[in-house]
Design a protein around this ligand. Sequence first.
Ligand code: PMV
Length: 341
Amino acid sequence: FQLSPQKVENSCPSNIALIKYWGKFENQIPANPSISFTLNECRTVTQMQFFPNEEFSVETFLSGNEEKNFALKIEKYFKTIEIYLPWILKGSYKISTENTFPHSSGIASSASGFGAIAKCLMDLDNLFTDNRQLTTTNQKASFLARLGSGSACRSLYNGLVVWGETPVVEGSSDLFAVKYPDTEIHQICKNFKDWVLLIHEGEKSVSSTVGHGLMKNNPYAETRFQEGRDNFVVIKEILKNGNLAEFITLVEHEALTLHAMMMMSDPAFILMKTGTLEVINKIWVFRKETNLSLFFTLDAGANVHLLFPNDNDCAKIEHFIESELLQFTQKGGVVKDEMRF
Ligand code: PMV
């Protein structure tokens, strides 16, 4: 390289899946398609310094503190994507990241983290080469992010985003995510709030790598993968009509199914805490009593994503959350976010 050291910076939001991805094949190919919405506030800001012609090495810092394990993960990741970015191992890196959400809150940072890294790599790639094989930079960033963390590939677009081939969404692919067409989404499904209740802060009891791996011997796996595929037909109709009651049923079912899969794996894992169950029961009673559209989804952990439309009723829902649900968090923790459209 003739190039001098380069410094690039990018920020990428996190996302939350409505139809979940849980189970994968070789090379990060998902066992079923998934759909998520991109968040607004929860994001990772990454600064990448590249020193060309130095021996390949990676140093990573999270909020100023060196993270050696993360550096090892990134080194491994860079080696797997060398075939797509031939210059990538020809230098050393200093990568500094900051999350806008509390560190060790249990909010998954891999989606926003790998999304931001992939964007930085694309910036460097644009400096080093004009050989673009994929149609847009965003699509290539999504492709690269997927190889770091599957769900990260959905963070490269706003709104509703699909990863995994499905006949229901034109242009969908197992290799990168695509935006779900905005024109096919009813207004009511374009504006949700997502308040994340931090029921349990700290490391997850099972990493998503282990979780995906457990699907290999799970006797219910095939049924689940087929259900994920079938649910795309269902969600397409719901998104078009804006049928909120059906949307709620589907989204909550998807979350509980993810957790059920972990309970039925060998070894079994229960990713919910007592507080998770208390909150779910309270939501169900609240919905029955008020008819207001407060519902939940879950990641592979104990925290609860409280979803509700950002409309005239949201003040009542927010009051309920603050007065009735915050007591189930470990430290009163809630991260207030919304869908980014
Ligand atoms: O992206 P990964 O490999 O960490 O998997 C995460 C999968 C879930 O977050 C549990 C579900 C999803 O589709 O985002």
